[in-house]
Write a protein that binds this ligand. Structure first.
Ligand SMILES: Cc1cc2nc3c(=O)[nH]c(=O)nc-3n(C[C@H](O)[C@H](O)[C@H](O)COP(=O)(O)OP(=O)(O)OC[C@H]3O[C@@H](n4cnc5c(N)ncnc54)[C@H](O)[C@@H]3O)c2cc1C
Length: 408
């Protein structure tokens, strides 16, 4: 049996959709050794779209595949590596992260999770046949082709109602299939009232999809009443399914912070709760899931990742220098009593300028550094001089620090 290979990268991106490819372009362009791992088709969800009409720069629109091919070529131009395989597990806590696939292991200083998600489907008969041929999951993308037409919406949560209201701006009639009675509908009261009072929306209570009908294109959605078992065939141009979305986050459960629906929580730099791990695109908790916002996420994550890598490298290089001694102060900015110590250290920095390198680390913002620098306790002062190191964790005073550095 072939032995597992181990390859090292600066950045490994999991998922080669629009978000992952953009992150690759930005990381590759700055010279970071970058790998994108994609389990299916490079381009992701977007390659299934006949037309992307709202991505800037293409006034006539472009096919999803056409757009993703351009993203791919650009990533290749910046020497991004690709592996077509499925990431099965990750170890993200250490400074060097491990990404495991069936055949090999990849090590990276930064991991960018760009694994997207998939819309939930009804599972009704003939659904597969009409996906992308009349059945869609995206009203922003497909509303405009329904001017003056009848559309069916499957779902009755907030998203389904919001999208139905949006669709009334285009379609003449929106038939909404809800699995419950009116009093049990699972959307907010405000949205329910807006839907009930909109003359273009007709709600079929207690229904599910029995099957889909058509020729090469969807023509009818056949609903079944759960109380009477009666079938109701609704002729339509498009059926929008809004019954939920499943982020591809199973392998990150209990490692990365997520919402209760499984979307990864990030800050505006796309950082997750683990240092050096970013999440971008549809997989993260955000307001608008579109190619343009995925591209934006990817750019932000890679630029931030580059800064993170530079900071880590510069910090390590400087601190390891022996010619000049250093004083590192590690504290927690949300602990009020520690800000007085910070003032004292800043005063010392001015006084000892030129004799010592001073490093001030807020552990609240950079938790990972605590382990990396072997810091035992917060606050603490670490003095490096003449090849030796002393760590002060108790009685941190100016006099004590000066006394210790004089003896070292
Ligand atoms: C029907 C429909 C129409 C749409 N139309 C438009 C439109 O017109 N305009 C627009 O801007 N947006 C549109 N969108 C939204 C847009 O497609 C998405 O926001 C975008 O494609 C998501 O990109 P992503 O990179 O985050 O995820 P994805 O494109 O889903 O890419 C994630 C990739 O990660 C891979 N992956 C997952 N798990 C693993 C693993 N464990 N190992 C390796 N690889 C993995 C997947 O195979 C996938 O290729 C539409 C969405 C839908 C559903």
């Amino acid at each position: 049996m072939r032995e597992k290979k181990v390859e090292q990268y600066d950045v490994v991106i999991i998922g080669g959709g629009s978000a992952g490819l953009t992150a690759g372009i930005y990381a590759g362009r700055t010279g970071l050794k970058t790998l994108i791992i994609e389990q299916a088709l490079v381009g992701g969800l977007a390659i299934n779209m006949n037309e992307i009409a709202n991505y800037p720069g293409f006034p006539e629109g472009i096919t999803g595949k056409g757009l993703m091919d351009l993203f791919y070529q650009q990533a290749k131009r910046f020497k991004v590596n690709f592996r077509l395989t499925d990431v099965q597990g990750v170890d993200l806590e250490e400074e060097i992260k491990k990404i495991r696939t069936y055949r090999d292991t990849y090590e990276a200083k930064v991991v960018i999770i760009a694994s997207g998600g998939r819309p939930k489907v009804t599972g009704a008969k003939n659904e597969d046949q009409y996906l992308g041929k009349g059945i869609t999951f995206c009203s922003v993308c497909d509303a405009a082709v329904n001017i003056g037409k009848v559309v069916v919406v499957i779902g009755s949560g907030d998203m389904a109602i919001e999208e139905s209201l949006f669709l009334t701006k285009f379609a003449d009639k929106v038939v909404l299939s809800a699995t419950t009675d009116c009093d049990k509908i699972d959307c907010s009261d405000d949205l329910k009232n807006l839907a009930l009072n909109n003359p273009k929306i007709e709600i079929r209570w207690n229904t599910i999809v029995n099957h889909f009908e058509g020729d090469t294109q969807l023509k009818k959605v056949v609903l079944k009443n759960l109380k009477t078992n009666e079938l109701d065939a609704i002729g339509c141009n498009t059926c929008f399914e809004f019954i939920g979305y499943i982020p591809n986050t199973d392998i990150y459960k209990d490692i990365i912070h997520m919402t209760d629906k499984g979307y990864i929580i990030t800050n505006e730099n796309m950082e997750t709760n683990i240092e050096g791990v970013y999440a971008i695109g549809d997989i993260r908790d955000k307001f608008l899931r579109q190619v343009v916002t995925c591209a934006s996420d990817g750019a932000i994550a890679s630029v931030h990742a580059e800064k993170y890598l530079l900071k880590n490298k510069a910090f390590k290089n400087k601190r390891m220098k022996v010619e000049k001694p250093s004083i590192t102060f590690a504290y927690n900015s949300i602990e009020e009593d520690q800000s007085q110590l910070l003032e004292m250290i800043e005063k010392m920095e001015l006084e000892l300028k030129g004799q010592y390198f001073f490093y001030i680390i807020d552990i609240y913002k950079a938790k990972g550094l605590m382990e990396k620098l072997h810091i035992k306790k917060i606050p603490s002062v670490i003095i490096s001089k003449n090849g030796t190191e002393r760590q002060i964790t108790e009685l941190i005073t100016e006099d004590r620090i000066k006394e210790i550095i004089a003896k070292m």
